[in-house]
Design a binder for this molecule. Structure first.
Ligand SMILES: Nc1nc2c(ncn2[C@@H]2O[C@H](COP(=O)(O)OP(=O)(O)OP(=O)(O)O)[C@@H](O)[C@H]2O)c(=O)[nH]1
Ligand SMILES: [Mg+2]
Length: 506
């Protein structure tokens, strides 16, 4: 496939048949780093611990295939995790999180800048009373500056892909080449990952699919982890309307592959983060509240908040929660996963009506992306967090199940639970739904891109007096019949195994 808007000279800077860009070498000087840690706060507690910033010289060997940013030994990794905290992020969470452990031990692996920063935000979470990260985290990037800018991931868990220290220039083929260098992936999945993710139940691999490193690497990493027996969720961010044609184009091409990854069963599920939705929500909230911070940081907190809170609800000491095994089932049953959260003030004289309304709203809107295709869902879980004096009666259960069935008539599994928490004075409603195809935003992006590409092509044709004869933007929604069987669209046995990599043979 040829895309007219990508200038042919962008790739011609590569030597013939070479996967490496010329004149870029990793030096030890680049490997210096400051590291600080921050802590996730609840909205009821302030942690005021302060400490010193650690600055260490790199001990990496330039000849090593995969280079740690600065600290090499696992002993140092443990030490750096336990260092006193240097920065405090105001990272608000519901207070019930304080009384809960999490049920699923996620390991988070981030690729590229977006993936790394999201992973860095996960690394802020702490279990109650412990100064240990809730989620072990690994950040992988071509760009050393991006790795150095992370604040919460220990140095030994930052992996610099050699020979591309400036980044992959938003070219997924460079990201793919970077992860495909001899020994790089092998070192990651056989050395680093087992060491850091020793206690992990489920791995979330995150990347923004508008750039080069994350987009080019995420498929390869997910497949390699799946082959090593890890249960893997791919988490991707989609570009905003404001983002460039390049970013939309990269996303558009990759979404086709992502669908194949989903349908051939190598990833357990996909979490789509619609940056456009998070950006608009942030801008509206910022207008009302006068908050002034980077929307990406705020959005990354939103991602961590909803996943960590959902995970914590299933770890609460209550005999009737939607539990960790059930959450695992929803999360590993294939297709996309969407989350929802609502808050109902109490007392509410029309509580059942409010519950039905809020449930309907959060299912329609989605916390991280909006799904108009919820009817395709296979599994749904609902968790209520309530005060001890509120009873969870059959009418409440009925209200929830009716609402789920209305929106998702072909669900295979429904899990409804609740926990009564001392000190809780509102009703919190959490939802998680899985099994759908991609959200509407994927199609919308493709259409936006088509319009922008046509405009650019028209302008170019005018300028050069040349009419291109091959102008295509790949439609990622052409379903591959071979890989979608009516019996089980996410079946492992279908297809030859791996999804085709759009960046692999360029
Ligand atoms: N939600 C969120 N999205 C981000 C963040 N940083 C970047 N993005 C988006 O992610 C997409 C990919 O950008 P990067 O992550 O910078 O790209 P990369 O994988 O590092 O690739 P190269 O820079 O080309 O090597 C872009 O469309 C960004 O808008 C972030 O912190 N949070
Ligand atoms: Mg980058």
């Amino acid at each position: 496939m040829q895309i007219f808007t990508r200038p042919p000279f962008a790739r011609s800077s590569l030597r013939d048949n070479s996967t490496l860009p010329p004149e870029i070498n990793v030096t030890n000087d680049e490997n210096k780093n400051d590291m600080g840690e921050s802590i996730m706060e609840t909205n009821t507690t302030n942690f005021g611990i302060k400490g010193s910033v650690i600055a260490e010289e790199s001990h990496s060997d330039v000849n090593n295939v995969v280079k740690e940013v600065s600290v090499t030994s696992s002993e140092k990794a443990e030490k750096s995790v336990a260092e006193p905290l240097t920065t405090i992020n105001k990272f608000e969470q519901e207070s019930f999180v304080l009384n809960s452990t999490v049920s699923i031990n996620f390991g988070i692996l981030g690729l590229g800048q977006a993936g790394g920063k999201i992973t860095d935000s996960f690394a802020v979470c702490r279990l109650p009373g412990k100064n240990q990260p809730t989620y072990p985290a690994i950040a992988v990037n071509t760009c050393l500056a991006d790795l150095n800018a992370l604040r919460n991931i220990p140095d030994s868990q930052r992996v610099a892909l050699p020979n591309y220290r400036l980044g992959a220039m938003r070219q997924p083929e460079l990201g793919y080449a970077a992860i495909s260098q001899d020994g790089v992936l092998e070192d990651l999945v056989t050395n680093r990952v087992p060491r850091v993710f020793e206690q992990v139940d489920h791995v979330i691999v995150s990347a923004g699919i508008g750039g080069g490193t994350g987009t080019g690497g995420i498929q390869t990493v997910c497949e390699a982890l799946a082959e090593k027996g890890y249960s893997v969720t791919a988490m991707i961010t989609l570009p905003r309307n404001l983002d460039s044609v390049e970013e939309k184009q990269n996303a558009n091409v990759f979404l086709g592959t992502l669908q194949e990854l989903m349908y051939n069963g190598l990833v357990s599920s996909v979490i789509v983060v619609d940056n456009n939705l998070l950006y608009n929500r942030y801008v509206n909230q910022a207008k009302d509240s006068g908050i002034d911070m980077d929307w990406k940081t705020a959005s990354n907190m939103e991602i961590v908040r909803i996943i960590n809170e959902m995970n914590a609800t299933t770890g609460l000491p209550s005999p009737t929660t939607f539990d960790g095994a059930e959450l695992t089932k929803v999360l590993t049953s294939g297709g996309c996963v969407t989350f929802g959260k609502a808050r109902i003030s109490l007392p509410d004289p029309a509580l059942l009506e409010s519950l039905a309304l809020e449930l309907s709203n959060i299912l329609n809107q989605g916390y991280l992306a909006e799904y108009k295709n919820l009817a395709e869902a296979r599994y749904a879980g609902v968790q209520l967090i309530m005060p001890p004096n509120l009873e969870f009666g059959p009418m409440m259960e009925r209200t929830i199940i009716d609402e789920l069935k209305k929106k998702m008539p072909t669900l295979l599994g429904t899990y409804v639970g609740h926990a009564q928490i001392e000190g809780q004075n509102e009703l919190l409603v959490y939802t998680i739904v899985s099994g759908m195809g991609l959200p509407g935003r994927a199609q919308e992006l493709s259409q936006l891109l088509q319009v922008e590409v046509e405009k650019i092509n028209a302008a170019d044709a005018k300028r050069t007096q040349f009419t291109p004869n091959e102008v295509t933007v790949m439609n990622p929604f052409q379903k591959s019949a071979k890989k979608r069987t009516a019996r089980n669209p996410f079946a492992k046995e279908s297809s030859s195994g791996k999804a085709e990599n759009p960046f692999g043979n360029k």
